[in-house]
Write a protein that binds this ligand. Structure first.
Ligand code: COA
Length: 344
């Protein structure tokens, strides 16, 4: 399974700020009994299992990361990102193909669970269906929804399926549809939106994720929001955010996430605006990333399924959102695209 989360060096800064010691790898020396574990921020990469550095300031040393990427003795890996005291998310679970079936993967998985700790309320992951039974055995006994990864052409959205709406957006004729960097957008409302719809309580991560997208148009990262024309947030007094969405270039496609919206029409506007912005950026200054969008939508959200069926984007892979501990309360009717498969 190949991962295509984003452009790695920049994404790393956001992820490692959230939890500096969240990436584990299993290393195999010449003799199999010398299998040991490392964590991405080890000062001594041979050292294994203490977390005392976990809360130190992150300084991502590119040379160190590149050295790990080239290290042929690494045979397994996983990430386990902790959000506050209560929640965590597991991803990137993989064993090198030639070394599968020898216990390395499970040992690395259990190392990640140690990092997460036994007291955490909710630990989640998105499971490919082949691994669902294994995760159940490891305590992930509950599930919330099925994701479908929908894939389609951003250019076709703008030039074919949603041409009329794209034209209106280009002429700024859709009131309330703005970039996330617009000063009218109240970022304070965004963490609460993610909590309400997806169940995550991670305000700092949400703001970092939004900042990562909204502040870097030169890298073709885009963030958009839909503001209510007449309602305001009772706390901040700023226009009520009805939805927001982000897109980022990865390697073989652009990834969209999240796409949260109060209803299908708001979601449609956000999707078309994201498409228009990315197509314009690519036309002006080609990055060479295919104008293909990948988005993980929730099967239980009928309006989301209808939106992506209408633009004709097929499902390329399904996964089950599973939880160890409690399933955090959520409302999938607002999830038109999850935040990121790799961090939930
Ligand atoms: C999933 C994967 C990482 C397992 O790695 P592995 O090194 O082959 O697994 P192990 O050799 O440690 O497995 C040992 C045993 O534990 C089981 N196991 C593996 N991971 C487990 C887990 N997380 N929880 C419980 N059991 C697990 C295995 O099925 C196997 O059981 P068996 O002895 O009854 O056959 C590996 O198959 C892989 O890389 N797959 C492709 C990537 C992928 O699909 N990742 C998961 C994305 S959700």
């Amino acid at each position: 399974m190949g991962w295509n989360p984003g452009q790695k060096a920049a994404m790393r800064q956001v992820m490692l700020k959230t939890d500096p010691g969240a990436y584990f790898y299993g290393r195999l020396d010449d003799h199999p009994s010398l299998f040991s574990h490392g964590v991405n921020n080890d000062t001594n990469t041979r050292d294994s299992s203490d977390d005392e550095d976990d809360n130190t300031e992150v300084q991502v040393k590119e040379e160190k990361v590149l050295a790990l990427e080239d290290d042929r003795s690494i045979v397994s890996m996983i990430s386990a990102i902790r959000f506050g005291e209560d929640q965590a998310w597991l991803s990137y679970y993989i064993t090198e193909e030639n070394y599968r079936g020898r216990g390395y993967g499970l040992a690395t998985f259990n190392r990640a669970l140690e990092h997460v700790g036994h007291l955490r309320k909710s630990v989640g992951l998105n499971a490919v269906f082949a691994q669902v039974e294994n995760y159940r055995k490891s305590g992930f006994t509950k599930s919330s929804w099925t994701n479908e990864r929908r894939r389609g052409s951003a250019r076709d959205v703008v030039e074919v399926q949603e041409r009329e709406l794209a034209n209106r957006i280009e002429k700024n004729q859709v009131e309330g549809l703005v970039l996330l960097s617009d000063p009218r957008v109240d970022w304070e409302q965004l963490p609460a939106m993610e909590k309400r719809y997806a169940g995550f309580n991670r305000p700092e991560f949400v703001k970092d994720w939004v900042r990562y997208h909204a502040n870097h148009p030169e890298h073709h990262r885009v963030g958009v929001a839909f503001l209510s024309p007449d309602k305001t947030d009772p706390v901040t007094g700023k226009p009520l955010v009805l939805g927001y969405a982000c897109a980022r270039p990865a390697v073989v496609s652009y990834r969209i996430g999240p796409l949260y919206a109060t209803d299908g029409e708001v979601a449609r506007n956000l999707l078309v605006k994201l498409s228009a912005e990315v197509v314009a950026a690519e036309t002006k200054n080609p990055l060479g990333v295919p104008l293909v969008f990948d988005i993980d939508i929730v099967q239980q959200n009928e309006a989301a399924m209808a939106l992506f069926d209408k633009v004709g984007w097929p499902n390329v892979i399904s996964s089950l959102r599973m939880w160890k501990g409690e399933v955090p309360p959520y409302d999938a009717s607002g999830v038109f695209g999850i935040s990121t498969a790799e961090a939930g």
